[in-house]
Design a binder for this molecule. Structure first.
Ligand code: PLA
Length: 437
């Protein structure tokens, strides 16, 4: 009896082993390689190129004039204070003894408080009246995604209107949140400026109460922003139509050099009484790319609604990543909570924006000096981190294959990667691939 049981068990276990091997080998057999990311894939190709003269103007990552990544002085000082436990912690959870513990699901209250001031203004009544539901997010991408999931959950039949063109990942974010996408006109290829008339038509023709994604400043990839007057008209028309504006503000300070000025679009909407949503990121303006620190905020009718909305945002976060990382939040709250460090940060943001503006002029002048028959006015007219050059994918391919210059195939140049050392080379290569066009 015992023998029979043992044999049966052996047969069973060996046949289930065969079965297990078979099913294991078939689990992922239908998985095809994913297409390369149009932006981060460029970095991968750049890193794989052994050529010493290679230039990376793909991803929007700020470099100093020697082409080196930058850690801001205000960040270094904040990290010194954090390491020495000297940081000014106002958060109940960020006390000196426990700051490596979990943050709450909504992140650091102090970081969120300071971040809201940047978007909504130091003296914002909305902040005073506690009408803003806000949580720390995994940088700008995480904030957009959290909002997209929130939109799906609480307005399940809604769609999102996205500008043409936009940051490529916007499409992925709302797609993965299962929110249907529509587009609205934004860029005018001939003038290389804003297609304001078509934009306004699309706003008017969208069903009342539609959701729109707007870039608060330094539009990516075009570098084209509406003027203050145009923002006022857009806001007015949104009011008439009862549309919802979701602002992606990934470059506050990078457009004009002044974070306050760059928040103008948002302030115009607030003056008109819109209940907006906003994604903020410290990747670019504090150079905290890999720290993944940002914020999602939604303006509510009153404090009660804000409490409810925040609790739902936290509930969305809990099964995804539970709570956001602490170190970046500490850096931000240490800098913005200290008037001296905040001043230093403002100076450094301006320094980064000014270097980019300087490189715009240098690139334009260098291409013109070579006798290019084309107009390059748009290089200096556009604003923020990117120049939407107007080059075709084939011209970009030539830049990469013949000159080892890496950029996205939509013709976007990250001006933050242009330096006095490479601007001449870049101009020459651009001239060579465009002169016959
Ligand atoms: N929103 C916009 C408009 C962006 O351009 C970016 C980053 C983000 C959000 C997200 O930034 P974050 O999650 O790092 O805060 N765009 C970059 C990088 C700089 C990228 O593609 O991820 C770009 O090169 O376009």
């Amino acid at each position: 009896m015992a023998l029979r049981t043992a044999i049966t068990r052996r047969i069973l276990s060996s046949s289930s082993a065969v079965h297990a091997t078979r099913s294991m080998s078939s689990w992922w057999k239908n998985v095809e390689p994913a297409p390369k990311d149009p932006i981060l894939g460029v970095t991968e190709a750049f890193l794989a190129d052994p050529n010493p003269d290679k230039v990376n103007v793909g991803v929007g990552a700020y470099r100093d004039d020697n082409g080196k990544p930058v850690v801001l002085d205000c960040v270094r000082e904040a990290e010194r204070r954090i390491a020495g436990n000297m940081n000014m912690c106002f958060d109940y959870c960020l006390t000196i003894s426990n700051f490596r513990e979990y943050l709450p699901m909504g992140g650091s209250n102090k970081m969120v408080e300071e971040t809201l001031k940047l978007a909504y203004g130091d003296d914002s009544d909305l902040i005073k009246d506690k009408r803003i539901a806000a949580v720390q997010a995994l940088s700008g991408t995480g904030a957009c995604r959290l909002f997209a999931d929130f939109q799906k959950r609480f307005s399940p039949d809604s769609q999102i209107y996205i500008p043409v063109p936009t940051w490529a990942n916007h499409h992925n974010i709302w797609r993965d949140a299962n929110v249907p996408q529509r587009t609205f006109h934004y860029y005018h290829p001939e003038s290389k400026g804003l297609d304001f008339a078509s934009l306004m038509d699309d706003v008017k023709n969208a069903p009342n109460g539609s959701f729109f994604l707007l870039h608060a400043c330094a539009h990516n990839p075009t570098g084209v922003d509406p003027t203050v007057e145009q923002w006022k008209e857009i806001s007015y028309q949104f009011k008439v139509k009862g549309h919802f504006a979701f602002f992606d503000m990934a470059y506050q300070g990078f457009a004009s050099g002044d974070p306050e000025r760059d928040a103008k679009s948002i302030r115009i909407f607030l003056e008109d009484g819109h209940l907006i949503g906003c994604s903020q990121s410290y990747a670019k303006n504090m150079g905290l790319y890999g720290q993944r620190v940002g914020c999602l905020s939604l303006v509510c009718e009153d404090e009660k609604q804000a409490v409810a909305v925040k609790s739902q945002l936290q509930q969305l976060a809990r099964p995804m990543y539970s709570n956001p990382p602490v170190h970046g939040a500490l850096i931000v709250s240490t800098i913005l909570g200290d008037p001296e460090l905040k001043q230093l940060w403002l100076k450094e943001v301006k320094g980064m924006a000014d270097r980019i503006i300087g490189m715009r002029s240098a690139l334009k002048e260098n291409i013109e000096k070579l006798g290019s028959p084309l107009s390059w006015e748009h290089i200096t007219k556009q604003i923020g981190m990117f120049c939407y050059s107007g080059m075709t994918p084939e011209q970009v391919d030539r830049l990469t294959n013949e000159y080892h210059i890496y950029m996205t195939r939509n013709g976007r140049i990250s001006m933050a990667g242009v330096t006095t050392g490479n601007v001449e080379y870049l101009a020459k290569a651009i001239h060579e691939v465009t002169k016959g066009a």
